[in-house]
Design a protein around this ligand. Structure first.
Ligand code: BT5
Length: 234
């Protein structure tokens, strides 16, 4: 199935509740349709958490993806995270890291998040990126504090070219179908590789990413595949 994110099917809003909610409700959205907004009043993270989305400083968008291969679906959050990381590295010169399963980090700070949701034939991939926030615009977080490209790179990033760069990178990675290359690009950027971590009841050394996007932990009982939950580094 060819990927067509640059089909000119785009809907832009100055303000919206959530681009993911809109995209999920957009029943006849074609594959690659894009919803983006300057601000969100009810931006969502995983597990009912919220995504701070003030106007004029961030990039908030959702891409509708239809009929993805099962393997691609399973790895989608990581593939989107990788695409975002590669685009931002190119634009900013900062090294990006991916914290399993859906955080984009720079210098230990959370600057972006990915939220994939949907049905078996239609997935919405949502991306929130902090571009020009100052500290006052960002939520407080004790670990992996929130930051922005402005704060870390010391200059402003325009929303439109950043969006195009991320979409270009997504286009390449989702068309590539080269999981060994993608996995190694993800693992090169994986936060906490070889460190001791806990996911749910499992504790072990982070070994890498499994074929279905699981986090591999080497425990006393062998390698365990974590498929959901939060990673806590010990
Ligand atoms: C995520 O969730 O990191 C996924 C965020 C996805 C947001 C995009 S924006 C476009 C699209 N439309 C939506 O409605 N959502 C998607 P999670 O791992 O659950 O992280 C949420 C946590 O990150 C919150 O509990 C806060 O601690 C923190 N947080 C909230 N806003 C943040 C921000 N702007 N920057 C950094 N951290 C933030």
């Amino acid at each position: 199935m060819p990927f067509m994110p640059l089909a000119r099917t785009r809907r832009y809003f100055d303000s919206i509740d959530s681009t993911n909610t809109y995209a999920l409700n957009w029943q006849d959205a074609p594959h690659g349709a894009l919803v983006w907004a300057d601000s969100q009043t009810a931006g969502r993270g995983r597990l009912g958490r919220s995504w701070s989305s003030p106007p004029g400083v961030g990039l908030y968008f959702s891409l509708v993806l239809r009929d993805l291969e099962p393997d691609t679906k399973a790895r989608l959050s990581l593939l989107v995270g990788l695409s975002v990381a590669e685009a931002l590295e190119e634009l900013s010169g900062l090294r990006m890291q991916i914290k399993w399963p859906n955080d984009v980090l720079a210098r230990g700070h959370k600057i972006g998040g990915v939220l994939c949701e949907g049905t078996s034939d239609r997935i919405v991939a949502g991306v929130g990126l902090n571009l020009n926030q100052t500290q006052d615009d960002l939520p407080q977080r004790a670990i992996f504090p929130a930051s922005s490209l402005l704060l870390l790179a010391g200059r402003r990033f325009d929303v439109a070219p950043t969006l195009e760069a991320v979409l270009g990178s997504l286009h390449v990675r989702l068309n590539q179908n080269d999981w060994p290359a993608e996995r190694s690009a993800i693992q090169e950027r994986l936060y906490g590789l070889n460190e001791l971590a806990k996911v749910g009841a499992a504790t072990g050394l982070v070994q890498g990413i499994g074929d279905d996007g699981a986090l591999l932990l080497r425990t006393a009982d062998g390698v365990i595949e974590a498929r959901s939950g939060e990673v806590e580094f010990l």
